[in-house]
Design a protein around this ligand. Sequence first.
Ligand SMILES: [Zn+2]
Length: 284
Amino acid sequence: MIRFGPAGNSNLFYDEGNKSSLQIPQWLKQKGLTAYEYQCGRGVRVKEEFCEKLKKECQKYDIALSLHAPYFINLASTDREKLDKSIGHISKSLKAVNDMGGTKIVVHPGSAPKEEDRKEVVARAKFFLEEVLQKTKSYEHVKIGLELMGKINQLGNLAEILELCLVNPKRCIPVIDFGHLHAREHGSLNNKEEFGRVVDKIGSILGEDVVKNLHAHFSPIEFSKGGEKKHRVFADKGFGPRFEDFLPIILENNMTPTIICESSGMQTEDAIFMKNLYLQNRSD
Ligand SMILES: [Zn+2]
């Protein structure tokens, strides 16, 4: 089943008088949404009791939950202390999402400074990822999603994400942020064919199952020479990518992705917009 939902709590959630994330599953259900990405970008600071309550609410209202891990992770660091901290962030994220009843975490792979050879950066990240997987074996049933990043000096273009996933395709999945891809390639997603090429590439390297159950982020984005500048909303005119161009690829390939919307402040409204477009265009 295809699922749509927001990254974190949108302005509308609070404007309508809600206060706690424990209210989110019921609220999303009322809005017709079925996915939610819990945000731990600034650190995993959730109590077990909270996680268990959230799990119950998500189960009750059929919300598929994922968790965005802290932004401080850098798989390609050369500093042992920082690598140990990254393992800590990933372990905590895995435990938290598991306690919440979720099945995936989303990780930013790290940075790739201009002055460094990218191949070496990727090699370091792959080597360290092996260690991470080794040290988090007790959560091997939870997927580690590696996010495609929007800035050129960040590790994680499409090829790099796919290569990192190949370290262990059973445990690592790509998180394809189409806004980021569009931004780092200076506007590469403008029609159905351009989306089709991305999906085909993922399929050829990681297999059709990964394509079918893709975990994606989607929102329009503003970019400059270095890539991502900021996430926009569909109501801002003149920013791509457009969901109208991705939708035919979803339908033709019978994909059932989870699509998380990161539109700035309006992630719920924009998730609903995409869901409605999907409902209007599917044939059954
Ligand atoms: Zn992210």
